[in-house]
Design a protein around this ligand. Sequence first.
Ligand SMILES: Nc1ncnc2c1ncn2[C@@H]1O[C@H](COP(=O)(O)OP(=O)(O)OP(=O)(O)O)[C@@H](O)[C@H]1O
Ligand SMILES: [Mg+2]
Length: 240
Amino acid sequence: MEQRAYFGVEGIDSIVAQGLRFGSQVLVQGETGVGKTVLAGEFIKEGLICGDTCIYVACDEPPAVMREHLLGFRVSARAYEETGRLVFVDAYDQEWSSEKYRINDHGNLDKYFALEKQILQGYSGQRVRLVVDSLSTMLTGLEANEIIDFHKNRLKFLRKNGILTMDIFVNDVLDPKVMTSAAHLYNVILKMNFGGSAIRPIRMLQLGKVKSGKFTANQYMFNIHPVFGIVVALDLEVLG
Ligand SMILES: Nc1ncnc2c1ncn2[C@@H]1O[C@H](COP(=O)(O)OP(=O)(O)OP(=O)(O)O)[C@@H](O)[C@H]1O
Ligand SMILES: [Mg+2]
């Protein structure tokens, strides 16, 4: 039977009850501080538990921050790194980084794609999850054509090689038109944003697809719990 994968967040997994195919591509898009990196941590934890190899490209914070997040979820990143099941790419651009894989020039997409391919080829035939947090950082300041070209080629390669990909985008970093074109290329789109009022903000998520330029999905409230991570209120569906 074909292997399916899950996010590792109960509320989200019950929405995508059939799971995700390896080779599918998930776009996570949302406001800063909403919980995208927490979600990425849970997605990686789920992969490690299920025997997948997980690759985390840290662009917005050093890899140490994700190691800490994982520890908060009772996962020892170091132990998995030693057995080669968890790989960090330091794209945070710190000169003193001692990480094995480093990218220190954001915007050099050829170099990034070459490194990504090189790492992935070492895991050929295995179940691999790849998380880029955030891909929008890597694409900042580049021409629309360059972004779309990179995007098409990269996602084609990842799909062909059965890599389960989670690309994270921070809201309002890229031009909205580029963002919409990019979003078309993903199988699943997860939007995470704040709703409610400035005094009482509420975290909301939507899971769906872009079709003919339109994003349609149901909307749910969620919280972030220090131990359980993202907790979705499935019984409180909000009209989108
Ligand atoms: N392990 C944790 N347990 C509980 N709360 C956490 C945990 N990690 C982060 N948080 C809280 O969750 C919020 C969201 O954090 P997160 O880093 O996931 O946001 P983000 O969407 O990735 O933001 P950015 O776009 O700035 O990277 C933070 O405000 C933080 O207070
Ligand atoms: Mg983050």
